[in-house]
Ligand binder design. Structure first.
Ligand code: FAD
Length: 467
């Protein structure tokens, strides 16, 4: 028995949930320590959002050079992809950001503890690292342990040819052939990036369509572009098994009742994520999880145990970085005696596909379900000067508003920079804005956000650039 160290607030996990919670609690005057077994920054910075967007950007830059001929840009000589260099650049981006998080934590007086944590009681945590182990006693704790890739038993990861997203973000060569099992956003984003870098990509999706759960009007445009990129999308494909044969990976799947075999250099298995709650000793703290292992929380991020909070991926719901950071602020504030409450009404969802998809609030169908009488207004990027001058004019902005009050209930976008454009829409939904608020806001010309203004004019029945 070593002597237990006393800390006021402990945060477990330093992803976009944990590090934000630690900083906010410190800002509110608490004495905070944060534990992680890995580099700070969590999945998001080290092997999620940031590295994937870096690879996507590089693939778009490469594609852009090849497509620039339409705009009169002629490239003489070869344009090549140097994958080790691309990955090294990507790692540099990650390093800048994790270094930044480290400085932010220190700058806010947060103690960083390195090691793997598990509960030894409701007020104590054991932290084990390679060379030491230490018990900590705390007053309050925030669990932000995140999630990890779910494995398919019949096609287990081997880290060589059968990959999780983590390894797929660190390939040292552009695959000649690349199989993606799972047509969710992670599989779709990485599949598209590798297709643009030159791989022959096949996506195997079990359900009827890519991006299950996303409005079909939005996904249709993406499916069309994938076809143009030469990506083979096979839906209702039930993977039965597969193996690494040494020189390649072979995947067997049933498609329309027929057994088919696919082979490639690499296969990415992206079929969902599992919460990191199974090796945390939650039973010693008495914290309840649901049947899938996600920690149950209330509207203030409290677990069933008074002084124990949970946020981010490990608490379920939308497994997104900004949702983790949002809950982080709520949890820290509640822990410090404030009456903050979660409200997901204006949550953005973004998919970095081609074209990008982004949405927030209610779709038309959801609005009807909630008892609204909705009016829908759509404006195409093909009628936007900026989109045309960028040579990216596929897609549209759609506003769902209440017919009577014109309140903006939801916005769906598929098209160029949808990920950025959704910001204005999220703000409108959050503020309870109506279509006139957006329509009467002066939007700079020529810019993509003018499409949101035009769609809002459409709600009012008098768009200028649409008949
Ligand atoms: P995590 O980021 O998972 O962090 C948890 C941390 O806890 C880790 O650092 C881990 O080491 C640590 N930990 C776990 N258990 C212990 C323990 N027992 N002891 C000590 N430390 C422990 N989201 C978006 O919003 N936008 C995107 O574009 C996006 N792209 C993604 C792309 C990919 C390829 C992937 C895999 C994910 C992506 N996500 C994206 C999801 C996003 O990464 C997660 O939602 C987010 O990281 C969750 O944050 P978190 O703080 O809850 O947990």
């Amino acid at each position: 028995g070593d002597l237990a160290q006393e800390v006021d607030v402990l945060v477990i996990g330093s992803g976009p949930g944990g590090y934000v919670a630690a900083i906010r609690a410190a800002q509110l005057g608490r004495s905070v320590a944060i534990v992680d077994k890995d580099t700070v920054g969590g999945v998001c910075l080290n092997r999620g959002c940031i590295p994937s967007k870096a690879i996507i950007s590089a693939s778009e830059r490469y594609m852009g050079i090849k497509e620039a001929g339409e705009m009169g840009i002629e490239v003489s000589g070869d344009v090549n992809v140097n994958m080790p260099k691309l990955i090294e650049w990507k790692n540099g981006v990650v390093k800048k950001l994790t270094g930044g998080v480290n400085s932010l934590l220190k700058g806010n007086g947060v103690e960083i503890i390195s090691g793997e944590a598990y509960f030894s009681g409701p007020n104590s945590l054991r932290v084990v690292s390679e060379d030491a182990s230490q018990t900590y006693k705390f007053n309050d704790v925030i669990i932000a342990t995140g999630s990890r890739p779910a494995e398919l038993k019949i096609l287990p990861f081997d880290g060589k040819r059968i990959l999780s997203s983590t390894e797929a973000l660190n390939l040292q060569e552009v695959p000649k052939r690349f199989i993606v099992v799972g047509g969710g956003y992670i599989g779709l984003e990485l599949g598209t990036a590798y297709a643009k870098l030159g791989a022959e990509v096949t996506i195997l999706e079990g359900t009827k369509s890519l991006l299950p759960g996303t409005d079909e009007a939005l996904t249709k445009m993406v499916t069309r572009k994938l076809k143009k990129l030469g990506v083979t999308v096979i839906t209702e494909a039930m993977v039965q098994g597969g193996e690494n044969t040494g020189d390649e990976v072979v995947v067997r799947a049933t498609v329309n009742g027929e057994e088919k075999t696919f082979s490639a250099d690499y296969c990415l298995v992206a079929v969902g994520r599992k919460p990191n709650t199974d090796e945390l000793g939650l039973e010693f703290a008495g914290v309840e999880t649901d049947e899938r292992g996600f920690i149950k929380i209330d509207k203030q991020c409290r677990t069933n145990v008074e002084h124990i909070y949970a946020i981010g991926d490990c608490a379920g719901g939308a497994l997104l970085a900004h949702k983790a950071s949002y809950e982080a602020k709520i949890a820290a504030e509640v822990m410090c005696g404030m009456n903050s409450v979660i409200d997901y009404q204006a949550m953005p969802f973004v998919i970095f596909s081609d074209p990008e998809i982004a949405y927030t609030g209610l779709t038309e169908a959801q609005a009807k379900e909630e008892g609204y009488d909705p009016v829908v207004s759509r404006f195409a990027f093909a009628a936007n000067g900026r989109a045309l001058s960028m040579n990216h004019a596929d897609g549209f902005v759609q506003i769902v508003a209440d017919k009577e009050t014109k309140q903006v209930l939801g916005v769906q976008i598929v098209g160029p920079e949808a990920s950025t454009l959704i910001g204005e829409a999220v703000f409108a939904v959050e503020m309870g804005a109506n279509a006139e608020d957006i329509a009467m806001t002066i939007h700079a010309h020529p810019t993509l956000p003018e499409t949101i203004m035009e769609a809002a004019e459409g709600v009012l029945g008098h768009a200028i650039h649409m008949v």
